[in-house]
Design a protein around this ligand. Structure first.
Ligand SMILES: O=C(O)[C@H]1NCC[C@@H]1O
Length: 350
């Protein structure tokens, strides 16, 4: 065997959403913050993201994370999140996978019954409280970056759908949100293909007609991801959502070919964006739990702990909690003669 690269990874999922965590073998990344290290990875080592997420080492449903040394003096670890078409500044399911891996593999020491740690995500510092029992992380709760709504009930013209009323909000990523019932789209997991087609058309239209920029970091733009939400169906929940993650470019000439994948979890950043919209409409207050269900029926619990301001926007500080599970340990090699060092995609499943 020959290997010009060997990456060690711990395979984990958070409430169903897979988040591969690279724990060893990353090149040294340059930067004075994890955001800058993320930019260095995007500019100079994007082949690592592509090779981890695409075939033959990955699949369309996979997200990834690279553990990196933090730059902020308060942080215990840094992590760069990478997904099929972007490097999200923050991610709920990935944070839960990273915390589970850091503590269950001993990279950060675990203290039972509660371990507190600080992570540096590209979006900023994330304070984490992990419940731990018998060496297992049984719940991860974190204080997210402030979430805010930028547009409420904005109208976009969407190819094939006509005028659609949407909200645009930041919850660590910029989401375009739309009510599934008004669109006549069933939010069931087995309707995933239709959810993806409709969501990708809405995302494309919103990115063109309602472009947004984070007031504190002009390099963060959107919307890049879609949240089709619906009324709760399970007891003890307050809402449900189907989040579509793009897996390729959208061609408005051929909307039927849109490629994307449903977040298998209720999406942490999508839940926080939804909470920001509800709060802006006066429908969710400080201290109230918001239990959001995803396509598998699993839940994340959000709660608004504070109100704040981000640039011109009224914002909330949300906490989010859920659980992660490790399901494998892997080493990924790259033979220098491999014709596909960045992996590949084929149109039958991408
Ligand atoms: O939970 C989240 O926030 C994420 N899950 C995959 C897509 C988002 O990054």
């Amino acid at each position: 065997m020959r290997a010009s690269r060997i990456l060690q990874a711990v395979e984990a999922h958070a409430e169903g959403e897979p988040g591969r965590v690279i724990t060893g073998g990353m090149p040294l990344l340059r930067g004075n913050s994890v955001f800058e290290k993320m930019q260095d990875m995007a500019a100079n080592h994007d082949d690592i993201r592509l090779s981890m997420l695409r075939e033959p080492r990955g699949n369309p449903g996979l997200c990834g994370n690279a553990i990196v040394p933090p730059c902020h003096p308060e942080a215990d670890a840094g992590f760069i999140i990478f997904e099929q078409t972007e490097y999200p500044p923050m991610s709920g399911s990935n944070t839960i996978c990273v915390v589970t891996v850091l503590l269950e593999t001993g990279i950060v020491p675990m203290t039972e019954p509660v371990t507190e740690l600080v992570l540096e995500a590209p979006a900023g510092l994330i304070r984490v409280r992990a419940d731990c029992r018998d060496g297992k992380v049984t719940r991860v709760a974190f204080r997210n970056v402030p979430a805010f709504a930028v547009h409420l009930d904005a109208q976009v013209e969407v190819a094939g759908l006509g005028t659609v009323s949407v909200d645009v909000a930041w919850g660590g990523m910029f989401f375009v949100l739309a009510g599934a019932e008004r669109l006549g789209v069933a939010l069931d997991a087995d309707n995933g293909a239709e959810i993806v087609r409709v969501s990708e058309a809405i995302r494309h239209a919103a990115a063109e007609q309602l472009p947004v920029v984070h007031p504190e970091n002009p390099e963060i733009t959107g919307p890049t991801i879609t949240n089709l939400w619906g009324a709760p169906v399970a007891e003890g929940t307050h809402g449900r959502g189907a989040i579509t993650i793009s897996t390729g470019p959208f061609n408005p000439e051929r909307p039927q070919d849109a490629s994307g994948i449903l977040d298998r979890s209720p999406c942490g950043t999508g839940t926080c964006a939804k909470m920001a919209v509800l709060h802006a409409r006066g429908l969710l207050g400080i201290g109230q739990d918001y239990v959001n269900a995803g396509p598998l029926g699993t839940t994340f619990t959000g709660r608004i702990v504070e109100e704040t301001q981000v640039g011109p926007y009224k914002a909330i500080v949300p906490t989010l909690s859920g659980q992660g599970w490790i399901y494998g340990l892997s080493s990924y090699t790259l033979d220098p003669s491999d014709p596909f060092p960045a992996g590949y995609t084929v149109g039958d499943m991408w």
